[in-house]
Write a protein that binds this ligand. Sequence first.
Ligand code: ZN
Length: 270
Amino acid sequence: MKAIISHDIDHITVWEHLFRDTIIPKYMMRMQIELFSGKISLREYTLRWADFFKNKWQNIDELITFNNINNVPSSFFIAVNKGVGLNYSNANALLWIEQMKYRNCEIGIHGIEFNSFETIKNEYTIFENLTQQKHVGIRMHYVRNNSQTLINLSNAGYCYDSTEHAFKNPYKIGNMWEFPFQIMDGWVIEDGKKWQSLNLKTAKQNTLKLIEKAQQQNLNYLGIDFHDRYFSHAFKTWLDWYMWLVEYLKTNKIEFVNFNTAIVELEKQK
Ligand SMILES: [Zn+2]
């Protein structure tokens, strides 16, 4: 089994949310609950206020550096549309796309449109025009989908998607490879709540069970989604969880690949 780690970019700045959505009040509420339930320390709480005033809600550079040191190819999904609490501009997205290209990252779209072929195709075209990139992959924001989404993504020209959450090997839909993923940071650490409900020890134990399940089902690729937003000392459990997970996979000789490398491997096997 190899591992494919990818990162969804849900936020770039704090201010992009001002007067546009309810993310800021929700964020305030969440950090109060986490502090009073003993899930975060006073230091984390203070650092979250610091992020707020620095207007910085992404940790892309820091995450790429950590990945590079650990031989993890950095693969990101970044949005070119707004919706469901995602509100950064294309100008801001493009600044980071340039930076990610410069640092040899794999870049796909964090999709907002999932309902119809026309809107899906339109999102694809916006990204293509913005980046001139061919060979585009996608993961839907909040993994939203309906019964037609994946087939529409394939018809729109995407070469890979990783929206499906399932213990299944990658498979083809038309010309598109679907990479089901198994582990998402939020699902593990929040465990069904809207705030951190588990401590690091329990989160690790639950993650090990997921890895074991993937091994038992003979998966060739373990899909992991970690949000760059949480690669920060303001989210210490999340940061420690991710660093532990990478170390654990390295220790167990699980090689890291990105989607494009996996596609080459999969096409060879056919
Ligand atoms: Zn998202």
